[in-house]
Design a binder for this molecule. Structure first.
Ligand SMILES: Nc1ncnc2c1ncn2[C@@H]1O[C@H](COP(=O)(O)OP(=O)(O)O)[C@@H](O)[C@H]1O
Ligand SMILES: Cc1ncc(COP(=O)(O)OP(=O)(O)O)c(N)n1
Length: 289
């Protein structure tokens, strides 16, 4: 049990989520995007930083991995005191960091969303190539949800993904690695950005219009953070994934247009209206509250 709820008496207890990820100095992706998403979805955000990048909307100029012991200490410090209802991983950089994080996920019995970050949109590597095997064998079997984009899914399954049927087959094969719920994201496809969800039994296609914009920096971080926040709020996985898709679509639509390259998305629009609206008979993301 990773959440300490008993000792809080009558104080308002908000859901809590932990991000274990890298810092993006431009604040469009990484820890910064995750914490903004948690805050926008009214979840108290905790962080354990794995690496520090010097990054903006154009490029990653430098990256420095933090010592494994410091990453473990950050996770232990926040969980032994505050607790988390759900956690996510982003940039993990090396096999050593993956091994340490897997150990802490087991120690604290965390509900885990894995965003298997490998490269930034600028093309810069954020994961060492020899870390993919550690990701497959050590972290994926602990994951409740994984959210690879198309290039990441191709690396995980070792082959090209060109069609919706290929996305379904990739989801099946990643599920077979031990992940409970797989979302293969379609942002890198040429047509509509269709994400394919698979829970081991059924497939769901999450569809949206493609928004014509250069400002998609941090979309994967924001999407996986929104899933984590909605899980922390108590939504079942399929609803959390569907809610996150609505959240990221609107966040891209409202992007503020910052910087000279791929700018960040917008987190602080009126999500609550979307969350509680009853379009097409649904209950909204979280139901009225
Ligand atoms: N131009 C776009 N319009 C609408 N949705 C998009 C667009 N680009 C990406 N998405 C959505 O954003 C989420 C992140 O996708 P993707 O860009 O593939 O991830 P990553 O940032 O990890 O490369 C997915 O839900 C995807 O469908
Ligand atoms: C520190 C850091 N972590 C992750 C990313 C990648 O973010 P993601 O949302 O997967 O994709 P892009 O923003 O690169 O399109 C990053 N850039 N930096």
């Amino acid at each position: 049990m990773s959440r300490r709820g008993d000792e809080e008496g009558n104080r308002r207890v908000s859901p809590r989520a932990l991000t274990i990820a890298g810092s993006d100095s431009g604040a469009g992706a990484g820890i910064q995007a995750d914490l903004k998403t948690f805050a926008a979805l009214e979840v108290y955000g905790l962080s354990a930083i794995t690496a520090i990048t010097a990054q903006n909307t154009r490029s990653v100029y430098a990256a420095y991995e933090l010592p494994v012991e410091l990453i473990e200490a950050q996770i232990d410090a926040v969980l032994e005191d505050i607790g988390a209802d759900a956690a996510k991983t982003g940039m993990l950089a090396s096999p050593q960091i993956i091994e340490a994080v897997a150990g802490r996920v087991r120690k604290w019995n965390l509900r885990l969303v894995v965003d298997p970050v490998m490269r930034a949109k600028s093309g810069d590597a954020l994961l060492q190539s020899d870390a993919v095997q550690a990701l497959r064998s050590q972290l994926l079997p602990l994951a409740e949800v994984i959210t690879p984009n198309l290039p990441e899914a191709e690396i995980l399954v070792g082959g090209p993904i060109d069609t919706l049927e290929d996305m379904r087959e990739a989801a099946r094969r990643i599920h077979a690695l031990g992940v409970q719920h797989v979302v293969v994201k379609g942002g890198h496809s040429s047509g509509e950005p269709i994400d394919v969800y698979f829970d081991g039994q059924q497939f769901v296609e999450l569809r949206s219009q493609r928004i014509k914009t250069a400002h998609t920096h941090g979309t994967g971080c924001t999407f996986s953070a929104a899933i984590t926040a909605l899980l922390a709020r108590g939504l079942p996985v399929e609803k959390a994934v569907a809610g996150a898709k609505r959240y990221i679509t609107e966040a891209i639509r409202q992007a503020p247009g910052i910087g000279h390259g791929h700018g960040p998305v917008e987190h602080f629009w009126q999500w609550r209206q979307l969350a509680t609206s009853t379009d097409a008979g649904s209950e909204g993301l979280i139901g009225a509250s």
